[in-house]
Design a protein around this ligand. Structure first.
Ligand SMILES: [Zn+2]
Length: 366
């Protein structure tokens, strides 16, 4: 379950319109939607050409046994586990269903890092305390790989209502954007190949297989998205995890109510959001199983739209070992939910088999 001590902060596009979004290039328009800047550099995103050559060349696992790999959030654990296949041991350290943005690793996690040949982190300030602990504890010949930094450039980072430029922390949720998630797999394949040359061919082949599966899911979302009325391709969510997703598909994130502040939104803010949801004429707004939101439910009721509370940020469906307990299963579930709730036909996604390309042997803390 979610870390308690959550708080509700209202982070709405209306606030942007009111000029609160420092550094977002103050909105001058009167449009009631999409009031943050998607960087021009994100148009037609492709994984950098040098993504396959990230990481240090080593002679093999430090211990002489199997390569020891540690990861942070579950989507990254899943992607890396697929790439590792049966050649390396993969261990996640951030429990599923926790708020990864505020997660403080227990000192015992240092033990995992102290044995790791490679630690993969998302970076972009998603899990700073964990990244710091990793940097302090990896062995001298181990390495910490920041997937986010190798996937996009600073010019491609999105700052928005939940992650304002003034805060210095860009939106870190690259994995909701399929080409960026595929880039994570490609980077992981190259890193593992260089760290464990005896199994290089396997890692690189698995990375390409994972990329192909993600590309397929991407195409299927395009097909499904085309069945949603253009005016309905909008998201109001519990948590601002879909900015890069929206940039890729030409959707709009109209706002996010993020569970990260102890303050309840003021009645005035709620009223403003209800008015905005009515004006946008979206059929549904989205919450999360992990972060239930009474405010979103209230906004849905008062605006007369469906409140769908089953989106996921980084909590994989089911339990470890279940068929859809994977990165692909996570995205499939979210995409089906979005498309069907916004009036589209999700069949292209429903028929996608989210099975892993290699059996998932990773350790997922719960
Ligand atoms: Zn998040």
């Amino acid at each position: 379950m979610a870390t308690m001590g959550v708080r509700l902060a209202l982070l709405v596009a209306a606030a942007v319109l009111a000029g609160f979004a420092a550094g977002c290039g103050r909105s001058t328009g009167a449009a009631a939607s999409g009031s943050y800047n998607v960087p021009a550099a994100l148009k037609n995103y492709v994984c950098p050409a040098d993504a396959t050559s990230v990481g240090a060349t080593r002679s093999g696992p430090r211990t002489g046994g199997r390569l020891q790999v540690a990861t942070t959030v579950a989507p990254i654990t899943s992607i890396v586990a697929e790439v590792a296949g049966d050649k390396a041991d993969v261990r996640g350290v951030i429990p599923e269903g926790t708020d990864s943005h505020t997660f403080e690793p227990k000192p015992s996690v240092a033990e995992t890092f102290s044995k790791a040949d490679v630690v993969f982190v998302n970076g972009l300030h998603l899990e700073d305390p964990t990244k710091t602990l990793a940097a302090r504890n990896v062995p001298k010949d181990g390495q910490v790989v920041d997937l986010g930094d190798h996937t996009i450039t600073p010019a491609q980072q999105i700052y928005d209502f939940s992650f304002p430029r003034a805060g210095g922390k860009p939106n870190p949720h690259l994995w909701t954007n399929p080409p960026m998630a595929a880039c994570y797999a490609v980077i992981a394949g190259g890193v593992l190949a260089k760290a464990d040359p005896a199994n290089a061919a396997s890692y690189r082949a698995n990375a390409q297989a994972v990329k192909a599966r993600i590309d397929d899911l991407d195409q299927r979302f395009e097909t499904a998205s085309a069945t949603v009325a253009p005016a309905h391709r909008k998201l109001l969510t519990y948590h601002d995890a879909y900015a890069y997703f929206a940039a890729h598909y030409g959707w709009t994130v109209i706002g996010a109510i993020q569970v990260s502040s102890f303050e309840d939104p003021t009645p005035k803010e709620v009223a403003r959001l209800i008015a905005q949801v009515k004006a946008e004429k979206v059929p549904a707004i989205f919450g999360s199983e992990v972060f239930p939101s009474k405010v979103l439910a209230q906004i849905g009721t008062e605006a007369g739209v469906r409140y769908v509370d089953t989106l996921r940020d980084d909590d994989l469906p089911g339990r470890p070992g279940d068929h859809d307990h994977s990165y692909l299963g996570l995205m499939k579930a979210d995409y089906v939910t979005m498309i069907s709730s916004l009036g589209g036909n999700a069949d292209a996604l429903r028929t996608f088999d989210a099975a892993d390309v290699t059996p998932d042997r990773a350790v997922y803390p719960q």
